[in-house]
Each structure stands twice: as structure tokens, then as C-alpha cells.
Design a protein around this ligand. Structure first.
Ligand code: NAD
Length: 439
């Protein structure tokens, strides 16, 4: 495996997509894919090789053990990570995951993608990510609190408003952020709410953080629709995933633009109605039954068929690798708005580029969440809080600018949107590194 990887690294003429296809067959890890994506951008940009080598690796990594007293009186040792991929443009920023399958390479990849996401959104932050190998579903509330506090004890000296600011991610939530914040402030002996974002609002969380990812995505859909002359009022959409991001996407698409959402789904299956699904009706059904399928007055649809519907806008908002070489040719949407992280494989990208489908790439489309996290840090620093209306208006400005910076790059360099997003982001990070005199 390493030999294939080494061959790829030292043969810059092998295109990134060929490289990734090799990787896919070899089932290589996400960090290898993240590096390959950077390699393609570096090639198009003609990036200085020394800069390229610097940007291919995380700047800093912490690996640590967290001993936790369990409810049965035993002590269990958990493995934790924090990766600060880049702090060239500002303090590192990124979530902490609690997951049984967490690996250091997943954390490295996610921290790289956070670096490009904050850069494309043009917020003055770098990229980081953290994780603990654990199964939170098998842990009591008390055990989770002791693990969260233990994690913060291990990294307290290396995080802070001006160093690195974690946030929630898979299986972590505002309560876990509150415990981590309290542990940090107890160790440091002062209040510093901006050390962590995604906090509950009474502890300094921002108004508007809940819908921020979906709302940011809506602003990018609005801009793409203008370019493609699509009238959003009455346009059709299908949304895969009805969690935090997907459910807000349904609500906002309907309320902001009059988009007709004809299909939504969750891990149990999907529902379809040619007349459109009402957000309140679907969310009441979900609240009552715990699942999307069997909603009265709708037809069942599988997750795969949902993706292939003849709609104007397709919104993957669930998990990675949903649009692949297997179904890419059958996708009929004119816009794919990637609210999920990594829903599209490189093979599917080739097909979408050929078919002229306008893909709003994940680290642009879903940058609204980290943008409002940045607003949370700003409000914490000033101890002065904004209304939700102010948050949303500033989010619109950031997302609209980011969208147009990427779109302009597609035109200037005649490249696909995902490559263009990389070019914008890598250029900005490289410029900061150069100005600091690091490379
Ligand atoms: P969530 O856990 O709240 O919701 C996930 C949804 O996807 C659920 O409805 C679940 O049932 C569904 N799902 C899971 N497996 C599925 C499958 N195989 N097929 C169809 N549906 C499936 O998660 P979320 O916070 O809404 O995140 C969704 C995506 O958005 C993820 O890729 C995440 O990384 C990305 N994202 C989230 C945020 C954020 O602020 N929450 C920010 C950026 C990116």
C-alpha cells in the first residue's frame, strides 16, 4: 500500500483522479485522499514544491491517553487526538468526534479539510480536528462528562481563543462543549468562552448556530440558481438526510425561496410527493414516529432512487460516498448542493463535470456552520452579542463572497467547481505561510 502511495507522491504527472481511483481500489485512507486532492490543486496552481511539501502535512499533532473512572469502579483508558493542521491564517478550528472507529488519519484528513474550508470562507482561522476512540452509546452521562473533562485536561495548554478552538462534531454536542469549557476555565483560572464554540447560548453560544450550515448552503444555492437562470420559486429539490442539516435545509428551502421539496429521507428510507412535502407536516411525523418513512399522504422512495429523481436541486445532507460511479450517470439534477461532507467520489465528479451539473462543493456549501462558529468567537471576545438577524446577514455576506470567489476561479482557470474551491483555499493559505516567512 505504501509503495503505491509513494509512487503517486513522486510522480507529479499522474493525475490526481487516476491516483484517487487507484486509492479507492486499494481502499486507502481519507488522509491519502485529502493529500491527493491537494496535489491536484498544487499542480494546477504551479505551487512551489517546498510550499506544497509543507501544506501536505499537519503542523502539529497531539496523541494522548485519557484515564476515565467508569461507573463500575474500574478505570478505562481512552485514546485521544487533536490535530492542528494549519494555523497560518489564524487559530486552528474544528470539531471533536467521539467514535469507536476514529483513527488518526481520519482526524488528519478532517483537519486538512477544515483548513481549506475556513480559507474558502475567508474567515481568519486555520484548520484543526480532534477525536476520541470510544463508543458514547455504551457510556453513561457521568462517564461521558468525565471523558470530556479528561480530554480537555490533556489539551488545555494547547488550545485557546488565539490558539485553537474546538467545536462539536459526530457524537459530541453543546452539553459536551459546556463540560469542556468549564474544565478549561477551571484549569486556567479565568473565563474564556471563545476557547470552544457550539456552546449552549447561556454560556456564550451564538444565536443562529443551529440552522447556520443549512442557511449558508441556501445562500450558495441562491447564487448558483441566478447563474443558471433557475427560478427557485417552484423549483424542485430532493434532500437525502433529515438530521440537523437536512431538516433545516427543507425548512429554509421552502420558507426562503418557495422551493418544492418533493423527496426527503433518513437512514430508514425516503418519502416522495410530486406536489411537494410540507416541512411542518414531515417534521411532526418524524417527532411522533422517530422515522421519515410511512408519512401519511406520501409515496415510499429508496435513498438510491431519491438521488436519481428528476429535480432541479439535489441536496445530499447525510453521509459520504453517496454519489459514485454506480449512479452518477443517472443523476438528473441541475445543481448538486453538497451539505454533507464528502458525498461525491472523484469518479462521480468526472461524470458531473462532463454532464455540466453545477456542483457546489462540500467545503464551500457547508461552510456556514464554521462561519457562525467564528462569529461566536468574535462575540465571546467582545462579550457583546448579536441578534440572529445580524448573524444571518453577516453569514449571507461571507457565503455569497465565497461562492463568487470560487465561481470566478472556475472561469479564470477553466476548471471544475471542486478544483476551483481548492485553488482559492490553497492560494490563501499559501499566501499566509509565505507572508509569515515560513516557506
Ligand atoms: P445528523 O446526524 O443530525 O443527521 C444525519 C441524517 O442522515 C439523519 O437523518 C440520518 O438518519 C441520515 N442518514 C444516516 N445514514 C444514512 C444513509 N445511509 N442514507 C440516508 N440517510 C442517512 O448529522 P448532521 O449534523 O445533519 O450532518 C449531516 C452531514 O452534514 C454530515 O456529512 C456532516 O459531516 C455534514 N456537516 C454538518 C455540519 C453541522 O453543522 N451539523 C456542518 C458541516 C457539515
Amino acid at each position: 500500500m505504501h509503495n503505491v502511495y509513494a509512487l503517486f507522491c513522486f510522480c507529479p504527472n499522474i493525475s490526481y483522479r487516476i491516483g484517487v481511483k487507484l486509492f479507492m481500489k486499494e481502499n486507502l485512507n481519507p488522509f491519502a485522499i485529502a493529500q491527493a486532492q491537494l496535489d491536484e490543486a498544487a499542480e494546477v496552481l504551479g505551487l512551489d514544491p517546498d510550499m506544497h511539501a509543507f501544506l501536505r502535512q499537519p503542523q502539529r499533532e497531539f496523541h494522548f491517553t485519557i484515564p476515565v473512572k467508569m461507573d463500575d469502579g474500574t478505570t478505562k483508558t481512552f485514546q485521544g487526538f487533536r490535530v492542528q493542521y494549519s494555523d497560518a491564517r489564524g487559530p486552528a478550528k474544528g470539531g471533536i468526534r467521539f467514535h469507536p472507529d476514529e483513527t488518526i488519519d481520519t482526524v488528519r484528513a478532517l483537519s486538512a479539510w477544515m483548513t481549506w474550508k475556513t480559507a474558502v470562507a475567508d474567515i481568519p482561522l486555520g484548520g484543526g480536528k480532534g477525536g476520541v476512540i470510544c463508543n458514547p452509546r455504551e457510556m453513561s452521562v457521568g462517564e461521558l462528562e468525565r471523558l470530556s473533562r479528561g480530554y480537555m485536561r490533556c489539551i488545555a495548554r494547547y488550545v485557546g481563543l488565539f490558539q485553537d478552538s474546538p467545536a462539536p462534531d459526530v457524537n459530541t454536542n453543546p452539553q459536551i462543549m459546556a463540560w469542556m469549557l468549564d474544565e478549561y476555565e477551571t484549569i486556567m483560572g479565568h473565563r474564556e468562552p471563545g476557547v470552544i464554540t457550539g456552546k449552549p447560548q447561556p454560556l456564550g453560544g451564538s444565536a443562529g448556530r443551529g440552522p447556520a450550515t443549512a442557511l449558508g448552503g441556501m445562500f450558495t444555492i441562491r447564487e448558483a440558481a441566478k447563474l443558471l437562470n433557475i427560478n427557485l420559486n417552484g423549483a424542485t429539490a430532493a434532500i437525502q438526510g433529515f438530521g440537523n442539516v437536512g431538516s433545516f435545509a427543507h425548512k429554509l428551502a421552502q420558507e426562503m425561496f418557495g422551493i418544492k421539496v418533493v423527496a426527503v429521507s433518513d437512514e430508514f428510507g425516503g418519502i416522495y410527493s410530486a406536489d411537494g412535502l410540507d416541512y411542518n407536516f414531515v417534521s411532526n411525523h418524524l417527532a411522533q414516529t422517530g422515522k421519515i418513512p410511512n408519512c401519511p399522504g406520501t409515496e415510499p422512495i429508496s435513498n438510491q432512487d431519491l438521488l436519481e429523481l428528476n429535480v432541479d436541486i439535489l441536496i445530499p445532507a447525510a453521509i459520504e460516498n453517496q454519489l459514485t460511479s454506480v449512479n452518477a450517470d443517472n443523476i438528473k439534477a441541475r445543481i448538486i448542493a453538497e451539505l454533507a461532507n464528502g458525498p461525491t467520489t472523484p469518479e462521480a465528479d468526472d461524470v458531473f463535470e462532463r454532464k455540466g451539473i453545477y456542483v457546489i462543493p462540500d467545503f464551500l456549501c457547508n461552510a456556514g456552520g464554521v462561519t457562525v462558529s467564528y462569529f461566536e468567537m468574535v462575540q465571546n471576545a467582545y462579550q457583546f452579542y448579536w441578534t440572529e438577524e445580524m448573524v444571518n446577514q453577516r453569514l449571507d455576506e461571507k457565503m455569497t463572497n465565497a461562492f463568487h470567489a470560487v465561481h470566478k476561479m472556475t472561469q479564470d482557470k477553466n476548471v471544475y467547481t471542486r478544483v476551483a474551491a481548492y485553488l482559492v483555499a490553497v492560494n490563501r493559505v499559501a499566501e499566509a505561510v509565505r507572508l509569515r516567512g515560513w516557506v
